[in-house]
Design a protein around this ligand. Structure first.
Ligand code: CP
Ligand code: NVA
Length: 307
């Protein structure tokens, strides 16, 4: 039984296998309809329980489709409509019950430390579907998309512009594991978690952190960003947006990158804030392919956990 909590916890060989398996499975069912179940039904006897403390469109539906296409079943729990996390029932007791109802859990939660606590009481694997700290499924899927279009990500340059949030946390871990160059441009106050930068530096990461968005974007193979205000963000939103304004991904930024650079965004996007319509709807944008690949990559993560 294996959990999928953070990219840093998983060996390089396994991470590579997860991506390659996703590419292979996508290719294998390329002629099948969206509703068709894979003929070998690899998850025919499995149930995935999904718990959401925060909203989701892509993560929820791509996990659901992933299970359906692999012949499995799903159960969905909206945390607010259940006893999970309330004073009615301990996290321990909920975890013990869910361990009997399903074979694997995917959870999207506010606090990473609550996710970890819940995981210790479960007797079945758990997948991190986003916490305030990290979003590993997203970044694994982004690597798959990058490689479909640009070949191996090793030694390529990825630039991140904007907030030092949960998505960039997983991107930093991936830069170490997949050995790519990562340039992060952000205001000093909104940089990524210090502990992950420390870990990355200790592990020979090729990471640049700069206040200059053009320095980060220069000759990049891929420009990435995310919304400036994440779910559950506290503090002064207007002030944060003001600080992040110079980090918008627009035509000028894309022109600093390589001429064939791609633009990625995990979505949902706030058009006109972190990215202009011109860029997200432009030729270099691969956001729809990125969203589609969530299905295929998730399949691979579920199967890796259950192996
Ligand atoms: N990118 C992503 O995780 O989207 P959702 O919030 O819609 O799940
Ligand atoms: N950073 C964003 C990602 C959404 C998929 C958030 O946490 O809201």
């Amino acid at each position: 039984m294996k959990n999928f909590i953070n990219i840093a916890d998983i060996g390089k060989g396994d991470l590579r296998k997860i991506i390659d398996h996703a590419k292979h499975q996508k290719e294998k069912r390329s002629k099948l309809k969206k509703s068709a179940i894979d003929p070998d039904k690899p998850l025919a006897d499995k149930i995935l329980i999904m718990i959401f403390e925060k909203p989701s469109t892509r993560t929820r539906l791509s996990f659901e489709l992933a299970m359906k296409q692999l012949g499995g079943q799903i159960l969905v729990l909206n945390a607010k409509e259940s006893h999970y996390g309330s004073e009615n029932e301990s996290v321990h007791d909920t975890a013990k019950v869910l361990s009997q109802y399903g074979d694997i859990v995917m959870m999207r939660t506010h606090q990473h430390k609550h996710f970890l606590k819940f995981s210790t009481h479960l007797d079945i694997p758990i997948i991190n579907g986003l916490t305030d700290l990290s979003h590993p499924c997203q970044i694994m899927s982004d690597i798959m998309t990058f490689e479909e279009l640009k070949g191996s990500i090793t030694n390529k340059k990825i630039a991140w512009l904007g907030d030092g949030n949960n998505v960039v946390y997983s991107l930093i871990e991936a830069a170490v594991k997949f050995n790519f160059e990562l340039a992060i441009a952000c205001p000093t106050k909104l940089g990524p978690e210090k502990k992950i930068i420390k870990w990355a530096n200790k592990n020979n990461a090729k990471i640049l952190i700069t206040k200059n968005p053009f320095e980060a974007a220069k000759s990049a193979d891929c420009i990435m960003t995310d919304k400036w205000i994440s779910m559950g963000d506290k503090g002064n939103k207007n002030n944060k947006k003001k600080l992040l304004k110079p980090y918008q991904v627009n035509k000028k930024i894309m022109e600093s990158a390589k001429s064939d650079a791609i633009f990625m965004h995990c979505l949902p996007a706030n058009r006109g804030e972190e990215v202009t319509d011109e860029v997200i709807d432009g030729k270099q944008s691969v956001v729809w392919q990125g969203a589609l690949n969530r299905i295929h990559l998730q399949k691979s993560i579920i199967q890796w956990c259950l192996k």
